[in-house]
Design a protein around this ligand. Structure first.
Ligand code: FAD
Length: 380
């Protein structure tokens, strides 16, 4: 067993940390306030190889492992979780989905642009009446011979307004239940495909979340991913890897808040001493550090299992469940350590606290992670 990172991993982590400090930190409060994220920053993340971290270089990716992906996600999330969710969706849901299950033609046409950040992708599973219960898809894709016709609504779609490529899950045969679901590649601008207004959110406000409408959208048959009926499995498989990304995001949010709280506690004085010398604060720091390290172990183990080609469904669910709980609890503590200053924007911890909440909701709520884990435990 070896817990150390390689030289290459350390270099990748430092590059992400440097980018986050120099490029993401300036303007992060304003972006949160205005709910924006400039295309220029997306372009820079693409140049650094962050948009196709694990994609084979022959498709324009960086060819790195999942450990590298986790390190990058953690560093970006310490500063700006809106940037990191954009990276996470593009990497683990869109690029991974296409690389693992797409045809060579689909990879050449779409993945090569998505992996470099020239284009951005979105993953469209959730609907107004199908969130946790993703099998209840109301969106339909009717087989018309050489094409499908898609009708329906998708909501809460990350990168929804700014994407070029949308992986859309839809029901093709209701009789077959989840075996009658397919995944399709839909391009922005296809007739009948409309993007609704941006959601006004509690956290990750710089990320771009929209409802999408499909009205008789004609999608060529070659845009279906995998065999007929593979769509639900496709969604579950990609989400399993996606959970490692969101767990790493939660880890980054928690460790970002911890680092700020530690620094503040060594500077702020009360009752004639730095507040870290009060045991109540020191114990908070001890708990934060311990829980963040425990979360890191789970996240790294899930990434390691994926890199080894092992099944990581339970590992990614456990990593997400635990890291998101730590993120939520420890960002609240970071605000507490900051006192009144924790309640205002310039100290950053209130934003991290707001951002933490989403990690317990998307890519499967904590309750859904417990369903995955308990099934695994009981099955043995
Ligand atoms: C900011 C944001 C970005 C998102 N990005 C995307 C995206 O890019 N693509 C996408 O497809 N979706 C996205 N989502 C949707 C997200 O994945 C769903 O919101 C999530 O899966 C929960 O679904 P729901 O909101 O319908 O809640 P519901 O499924 O209605 O759940 C409500 C509550 O009931 C609980 N619950 C439901 N079923 C059970 C059960 N069987 N046992 C115990 N408890 C249960 C849930 O855990 C939750 O607490 C995003 C959501 C948000 C808020």
């Amino acid at each position: 067993m070896d817990f150390s990172l390689t030289e290459e991993h350390l270099m990748i982590r430092d590059a992400a940390r440097d980018f986050a400090q120099t490029e993401l930190l300036p303007g992060v409060i304003e972006r949160d306030d205005k709910q924006t994220f400039p295309q220029e920053l997306v372009r820079k993340m693409g140049e650094l190889g962050f948009m196709g971290i694990m994609v084979d270089p022959k498709y324009g990716g960086s060819g790195m492992d999942t450990i590298s992906y986790v390190l990058i996600m953690e560093e970006l999330s310490k500063i700006d979780a809106s940037a990191s969710v954009m990276v996470s969706v593009n990497n683990s849901l869109v690029c991974y989905g296409l690389e693992a299950y797409g045809t060579e033609e689909q990879k050449q046409k779409y993945l090569t642009k998505l992996a470099t950040g020239e284009q951005i992708g979105a993953f469209c599973l959730s609907e107004p009446e199908a969130g946790s219960d993703a099998t209840s898809q109301a969106t339909t894709a009717i087989d018309k011979g050489d094409h499908y016709v898609i009708n329906g609504t998708k909501n809460w779609i990350t990168n929804g307004g700014r994407s070029d490529v949308y992986l859309v899950i839809a029901q093709t045969d209701r009789e077959k239940g989840h075996r009658g679901i397919n995944a399709f590649i839909v391009e922005k601008g296809m007739p009948g495909f409309d993007i609704g207004p941006k959601e006004d959110k509690l956290g990750i406000r710089g990320s771009d979340t929209h409802t999408l409408q499909f009205n008789d959208v004609k999608v060529p048959k070659e845009n279906r991913i995998g065999e007929d009926g593979f769509g639900f499995k496709f969604a579950m498989k990609t989400l399993s890897g996606g959970r490692i990304g969101i767990a790493a995001q939660a880890l980054g949010i928690a460790s970002g808040a911890y680092e700020l709280a530690l620094k503040y506690s060594k500077e702020r004085k009360a009752f004639g001493t730095e507040i870290c010398n009060h045991q109540a604060i020191a114990f908070k720091l001890a708990d934060m550090y311990t829980e963040i390290e425990a979360a890191r172990m789970l996240v790294m183990k899930a990434a390691w299992q994926k890199d080894k080609g092992e099944n990581y469904d339970m590992a990614s669910a456990m990593a997400k469940l635990y890291a998101s709980k730590v993120a939520m609890e420890q960002t609240v503590e970071a605000v507490q350590i900051h006192g009144g200053n924790g309640f205002v924007k310039e100290y950053h911890v209130e934003r991290l606290m707001r951002d933490a909440k989403i990690t317990q909701i998307y890519e499967g709520t904590s309750e859904i992670q417990k369903i995955v884990i308990s099934r695994g435990v009981i099955k043995g």
